[in-house]
Write a protein that binds this ligand. Structure first.
Ligand code: HEC
Ligand code: HEC
Ligand code: HEC
Ligand code: HEC
Length: 354
């Protein structure tokens, strides 16, 4: 190599290096004992993007109404979920729902023309079920959402269709073969953090209740169902969870023993309930809506769009960094409560709500 070109190259490399140093530094925070690798890495550029996504909206001003004033169920014709809510509060919620879900489209995204009582639009029928689902999350799944809770905005963020929803993909044929499903091998998938793990770890774990295990509890061959295939599915889900929350594996696990609950962080047990919550919401609320949606909203196998960890979290360890929007909308916290989900044996107890 010519000496001048070498000098020019070295100079360019040095300039790039120095320019690189001027960027805000990557921050690391130790979260476990030294030597356990329990460190979180914060990249300021990624945080800036994530921060913009996770800003809560303005609070809808209160509409005063007397506590013993008329209820929505008495005044309006076709109110099935919010019947016990005061008329002022009801109107304020309609305004908030419009801002959260269809700010561009307005009331007519759900209401057919001037007849507010009509259920002609499928969007209104879906929205009614969404109201029930939101109440179920806030009253039945405090083990996951604590007092922070969720509103329509947590998932919708000002759009009728949340940015993060999923449907079961159609089976893919293995390259060069007439038959056989390749489980997504060597096809990097965004669901699994761009790894080539099985492309659909969500159907078995967030729609069905397949066991999320890698380590068998008994010696081979009797009774041990653990396999490489099952391991890959488990890792696929773990990649999805880490990616959705913007955290490393060690936010929940001690890398010396991924399976051990004693060595895990309290966040792992919150995540355990999150998995059960996602299954409940997908099987009992979102998937049954396939009968209500028009065909263009359904996935390639005819299932309805469902939620995963990213639907609420959108890259943050807590959705909207833990901003509590529910305190301004207590009407979204009512409703029936789910039967308590049995805690996993040995799992640390979920910390009491803050
Ligand atoms: C995202 C969908 C959605 C949007 C947007 C929306 N609504 Fe509603 N609206 C509903 C649902 C669902 C109900 C029925 C609630 C129930 O059954 O408890 C309803 C019911 C009503 C009712 C009661 C009608 C009756 O007689 O039964 C009124 C009034 C109303 N909305 C007004 C509004 C106004 C005004 C706006 C715009 C500021 C608006 N809504 C925006 C979904 C929506
Ligand atoms: C936990 C997440 C979550 C919450 C909370 C939530 N939604 Fe949804 N919503 C979804 C998902 C997922 C879909 C399906 C999106 C798709 O079609 O891909 C959806 C679809 C909808 C649709 C149909 C949109 C269309 O064009 O097909 C409406 C309307 C809607 N939601 C209204 C609401 C309202 C109103 C609330 C609050 C009372 C709410 N949602 C709360 C996740 C949520
Ligand atoms: C947000 C918390 C969280 C994060 C982040 C997370 N996990 Fe997990 N992990 C869990 C929970 C909860 C379970 C148990 C699931 C169950 O039993 O339903 C689990 C189970 C596992 C298991 C199965 C252990 C056994 O019993 O066989 C392995 C292995 C694992 N995780 C690896 C990882 C890896 C690798 C990463 C990073 C890519 C990761 N996890 C990220 C919460 C997390
Ligand atoms: C319906 C919306 C929603 C969904 C879906 C959801 N979460 Fe959460 N999650 C929340 C809310 C809200 C909080 C904040 C609770 C609080 O303030 O303590 C939270 C908190 C957490 C925390 C605790 C974070 C901390 O630092 O304390 C973990 C871990 C977590 N979620 C993991 C998951 C995983 C894994 C999934 C998917 C299996 C998931 N979540 C799905 C709403 C959701």
């Amino acid at each position: 190599m010519n000496a001048n070109r070498f000098a020019a190259g070295a100079c360019l490399a040095l300039t790039l290096f120095v320019a690189g140093c001027e960027r805000p530094p990557i921050d690391t925070v130790q979260r476990g004992y030294r030597g356990t690798g329990m460190v979180e890495v914060y990249n300021p550029r990624l945080l800036a993007k994530e921060g913009a996504l996770n800003t809560p909206p303005a609070v809808q001003p209160a509409i005063p109404s007397a506590p013993d004033g008329p209820k929505a169920g008495q005044v309006f014709q076709n109110v099935k979920v919010l019947g016990d809510v005061g008329v002022g509060e009801f109107t304020r919620l309609m305004l908030a729902m419009t801002a959260w879900v269809s700010p561009q489209q307005g009331c007519t995204y759900c209401h057919a023309g001037d007849n507010m009582a009509s259920d002609a639009l499928y969007t209104k029928v879906v929205a009614r079920r969404m109201l029930e689902m939101t109440r179920q999350i806030n009253s039945g799944w405090k083990t996951h959402v604590a007092e922070t809770g969720v509103t329509c905005f947590t998932c919708h963020r000002g759009q009728p269709v949340p940015a993060q929803a999923w449907s079961a993909p159609a089976g893919q044929k293995q390259a060069g073969r007439a038959v056989g499903d390749d489980q997504g091998q060597n096809k990097p998938s965004a669901t699994t953090g761009l790894t080539s793990l099985p492309y659909d770890p969500l159907s078995p774990f967030l729609m069905s209740s397949a066991d999320i295990r890698v380590i068998g509890n008994s010696a081979l061959p009797a009774g041990n169902r653990q396999s490489i295939k099952q391991t890959e599915y488990t890792y696929g889900l773990m990649m999805h969870m880490s990616d959705s929350l913007g955290v490393n594996c060690t936010y929940c696990h001690d890398s010396r023993s991924f399976a051990s609950w004693e060595a895990s962080t309290p966040q792992r047990s919150v995540a355990w309930y999150g998995i059960r919550m996602a299954r409940d919401l997908n099987t009992n609320y979102l998937d049954p809506l396939k009968a209500t949606y028009p065909p263009n909203r359904l996935g390639p196998t005819g299932d309805a769009p469902k939620l995963n960890c990213a639907t609420c979290h959108q890259g943050a360890y807590k959705p909207l960094y833990g901003a509590n929007m529910l305190k301004d909308h207590p009407e979204l916290a009512g409703g029936r409560s789910v039967a308590a989900v049995a805690a996993v044996p040995g799992a640390p107890v979920v910390p009491a709500a803050k």
